[in-house]
Ligand binder design. Sequence first.
Ligand SMILES: Cc1ncc(COP(=O)(O)O)c(C=O)c1O
Length: 415
Amino acid sequence: MALGGMFRNAAAIYLHLVGPFRGKKSGASLARVEFVKLASEADVVNLGQGFPDFPPPDFAVEAFQHAVSGDFMLNQYTKAFGYPPLTKILASFFGKLLGQDIDPLKNVLVTVGAYGALFTAFQALVDEGDEVIIIEPFFDCYEPMTLMAGGRPVFVSLKPSRNQDGELDSSSNWQLDPTELASKFTSRTKALILNTPNNPLGKVFSRAELELVASLCQQHDVVCITDEVYQWLVYDGWQHVSIANLPGMWERTLTIGSAGKTFSATGWKAAVAQSFEREQLHFGQPSSYFVQLPRAMQRCRDHMIQSLQSVGLRPVIPQGSYFLITDISEFKSKMPNLPGAADEPYDRRFVKWMIKNKGLMAIPVSIFYSVKDRPGGGKTSPSLPRPPAGVGRGDESTLQAMDERLQKWKDELRP
Ligand SMILES: Cc1ncc(COP(=O)(O)O)c(C=O)c1O
């Protein structure tokens, strides 16, 4: 379990230090960064980056203000494994949720964001030559983090099952092939990295799928690193299941959460203890942020699905997370020759074209694959923008701006 620590800047300093050595070890870079840069250079509605464009809840902002203006000792070193009131409330909150007895001093580690937790987990658990199973499409840092630890990434894809014509696809139709998954486990497999709800697909793994993963991990004595940063963003009544809770998995699972995602404050990581304390009091009730946030995000998701459909995009309905991906194969058949290098995947060329000509930015899904032409690599992945009233307080500027641009696009499509 890991949540953001107090000092976000420590991450920047740390990355700066490892920067010069990074390429030497893995040669990997994050293509996502290229598209974020492109979007910042033009008048573009950025649908591609997974963070909220609405304020955090009032109780979190108040807790933050209290943390920085109250007891001066809060500005000084805390316990290396995490600020004790935070590790205590995490142990109590997640202990109740998972029905486990969690020791705040032994079972909880607070890191600088989930990124920090992932990096630490790979460095701690993966040794030279160890294999790490990564489920595609995957959050793009898993591959370089495996390589930096000296490990070898082994990929297995979620496969979309065929949908009847005219029906919208759902992320639940993307499934693991049990035989293929089993074939990826070898005597060198050290860890499997799971991400539910998934970035970029929004897939929420079912209990049966997790049972399959769990039984293979146990059979081959493999550690499961599970990235559950979007656990509170689950829609349509789907249930988030923590693999750590399945029989035989508690001892071999490292669960990663994110305070930034949980309380819609990805830029700062303080005041989390008080926010969880508040949530524990409201848990399961209509006043709970974990009830209000997914409801508002689901309304926003549904709005976005309709808007994207209006210009001929075919979104895959996400069960959870900030993200949704959309099928662009119709565009590929109509406009096969978009500008770009001959070996550049179509979805990257499409996004560059869309940024330049339509003022909309998304992240091409091919960057979430090891080999860039895998199934799904032809789809783009805009993230969900802000939810309407009820959670956020600001205006609905991203959704509105997206609608305006899509409406203009739609008008151009009219014969
Ligand atoms: C799947 C996934 N894991 C981890 C993170 C990083 O979370 P944090 O902001 O807490 O470092 C992200 C951020 O986009 C993510 O999408």
